[in-house]
Design a protein around this ligand. Structure first.
Ligand code: PSU
Ligand code: MN
Length: 302
């Protein structure tokens, strides 16, 4: 990172990076805007514990009072989890948050950017952003363009289920971003096991995933999506999920929710409609992705 920009790396993370030991980045928007208190803090902590348990060091990333922090401590995690007013920062919002000394939770795009500058190559989250459905044809997440330019692997359960998945996959292909199924040939759909969309790459072990990442980066490639389906017993039935989504979308349109408020609004409404089923699923898939990212990070360093 440029020396003139002040930022902070937790000592444990800096030490691991210095010794080329595995580190896994985790995002903070999912904590501040994706899940309700106190499940958000529980999920953040469980994800960190899963990373540790599998031999890597977790680094949850956010901006605190204008300072990008690589590796929040427990008190800082709680601060992001409790403060609903914290900014949701994607790539374009980082300069503003830093210059105005604001606190911000980072999206996939912003977390990738900061992780890369710190030297972290693996990142776990729930689902990436992508192209929204027909009501919002121009709402395409900056997560996609970040994947096209920043060499970090994102372990997730596919794209957020509120999106247009076929369109999102086409855009990822246009940008040359490898999308790899973990133990599957079909792109997972977050709360739902499969989107029904076929993938062209599949790996079945952390070692195979690490080999693919190495090849990608030797070719000068940038981001990679490693998509692991949610465990079957926690997955939502596709029909009932789609119903919940349509209801939530109609409400969002009715009251004019747009832009970066759209995802948090939809996730929240869908959780209410499914009586918390999506919350349980969201927690479980984030933890499972953190575990897999740690396993891949370990293989990459050995
Ligand atoms: N997936 C979730 N919950 C979330 C997000 C993704 O399950 O809260 C967040 C991620 O931080 C992702 C962001 O980067 O939503 C995308 O937002 P947008 O569509 O506004 O780019
Ligand atoms: Mn958007």
């Amino acid at each position: 990172m440029d020396r003139s920009l002040s930022w902070r790396i937790r000592p444990e993370v800096a030490e691991a990076l210095g010794q080329r030991r595995p580190v896994v980045a985790l995002e903070s928007t999912l904590i501040s805007h994706g899940l309700p208190w106190p499940l958000n803090l529980e999920t953040a902590k469980a994800a960190e514990a899963a990373v540790r348990h599998h031999g890597a060091v977790p680094a949850t990333i956010a901006v605190l009072d204008g300072v990008p922090v690589i590796g929040l401590d427990d008190a800082e995690l709680e601060r992001i989890a409790r403060n609903r007013a914290v900014l949701k920062a994607s790539r374009r919002d980082l300069p503003y948050a830093i210059a105005r000394k604001l606190s911000a939770a980072t999206t996939v795009a912003a977390t990738m950017l900061l992780a890369h500058r710190a030297g972290i190559r693996l990142f776990a989250t729930g689902g990436i952003g992508g192209a929204h459905r027909e009501h919002n044809p121009w709402d395409i997440s900056a997560d996609v363009t970040e994947l096209a330019r920043t060499p970090v692997a994102v372990v997730c359960s596919g794209a957020k289920s509120v999106l247009d998945i076929p369109k999102t996959l086409e855009i990822l292909e246009t940008h040359g971003i490898p999308v790899v199924g973990y133990g599957t040939e079909e792109f997972p759909a977050f709360f739902v096991t499969s989107s029904g969309e076929r993938l062209t790459a599949r790996v079945d072990t952390p070692r195979q995933a690490a080999d693919l990442l190495r090849a990608n980066w030797e070719l000068g490639g940038a981001g990679v999506v490693i998509a692991q389906p949610i465990e079957r017993h926690l997955a939502l039935d596709p029909g009932s999920f789609l119903n919940a989504l349509s209801v939530a979308e109609r409400q969002a349109m009715g009251i004019g929710v747009r832009g970066k408020e759209l995802t948090p609004f939809l996730l929240n409404r869908i959780a209410e409609i499914t009586e918390g089923q999506t919350l349980k699923a969201n927690h479980a898939l984030v933890v499972a992705n953190a575990r897999l990212a740690a396993q891949i990070a370990v293989c990459l360093e050995t």
